[in-house]
Design a binder for this molecule. Sequence first.
Ligand code: NAP
Length: 380
Amino acid sequence: MNQPPQAMYSVPQYVDQAGYPIQPPPGNMAGGFSQHQAYCTAPAVGMSVPSMRAVRVQRFGGPEVLQVDLNVPVPEVGEEQVMVRVVVAGINPVETYIREGQYSRLPELPYTPGTDAAGFVHQIGRRVTNIKVGDRVFVSGNSSFSNNSGSYAQFVVTDSTYVFPLHPRLTFAQGASLGVPFFTAYKALILRAKTKPGETVLVHGASGAVGTAAVQIARALGASVVGTAGTKDGMDVVTRCGAHHVFNHNHKSYEKKMVDHIGCFDVIIEHLANINLGHDVQMLKPQARVMVVGCRGGVNINPRHLMMPEASICGVALGTTSPAEWAEMGAAIVAGIESGWVNPVINKEYAMEEAQQVHYDIIHSKGAKGKLVLRVAADE
Ligand code: NAP
């Protein structure tokens, strides 16, 4: 790992395990000032960092525009913000759409991609009360469109709303897999579909990051859970996540087999609507809800199939979640970690220098087995 950068202030070098400067312990003198003098007027608690190693995008385009830069400025921490020293960053498909410039909201160039991470709190704004410097945390989103501070970096600065304690039961790689996948799955199943215990849920595309999360949440809720995957290994992952039945979405007529074996569904979490929606609407129980989470193109469906069951098709967008909903989902997921039913599945770790490769793989590789993550620093 690169050497930590020099601190901006000439106060004593109290450092964390990786050598980055942190807040001095209580009762010590700070560069000739008392601790009180040094910090009560400061905008934030903990030490600033002037620059860092980060993946940068200078122009929108293919994976080749992802370049590691050794001298990226670290944004200042606002009053209600937190700076996290990243150990592992999570990779999500949406970050490839943004990198290509093919997304409804785009950051100003240059920017650092990524919203999800796990690591240690390095600095907090003076109004932050839920987290303290040194805490082990996961980051489930960011305000990158305002400060361009993404998680593919040694440090990420984000609003405290998005930062939650990381239970010691989970690794940093698992912590980096909670943000987009678990919050999206929770939003689709609980906030949008209002899934109830005893209902039958199909997670269509259950082997990926959101799918494995959806299976775990639906199972913990008490639903009857059916998942699909495209390979034997993926099907095994879905079974281990708690699905009662697993089918291969690459097998001919698997939809008919599902309905023959299980019957129709109350809720469908759809990860590839452009391929599946036309079949989904033919597998619905009365008042069923189809949640469109993933879609990569247009599709023809016969809306008549919705009429008799009085079923509905709903879009799901994590990006339009309110702060209150975010807090609610965070509380549920933290509780799920504590009680044991939240268990992110890691498929593969990549080094920061392999950012181009992981962006290629997350779109093109077949046979998902959980989550792809970017290793930024060693675990301690
Ligand atoms: P991922 O880890 O790459 O998983 C992709 C999933 O799609 C895998 O389970 C894959 O299964 C499955 N799949 C492939 N072919 C399929 C088919 N014919 N039918 C059903 N499923 C199929 O991606 P992710 O992070 O879970 O995200 C999944 C999708 O949701 C992406 O399109 C992403 O952009 C979207 N998403 C949307 C939101 C939102 O706010 N709406 C949030 C997060 C993600 P196999 O590889 O086993 O074939």
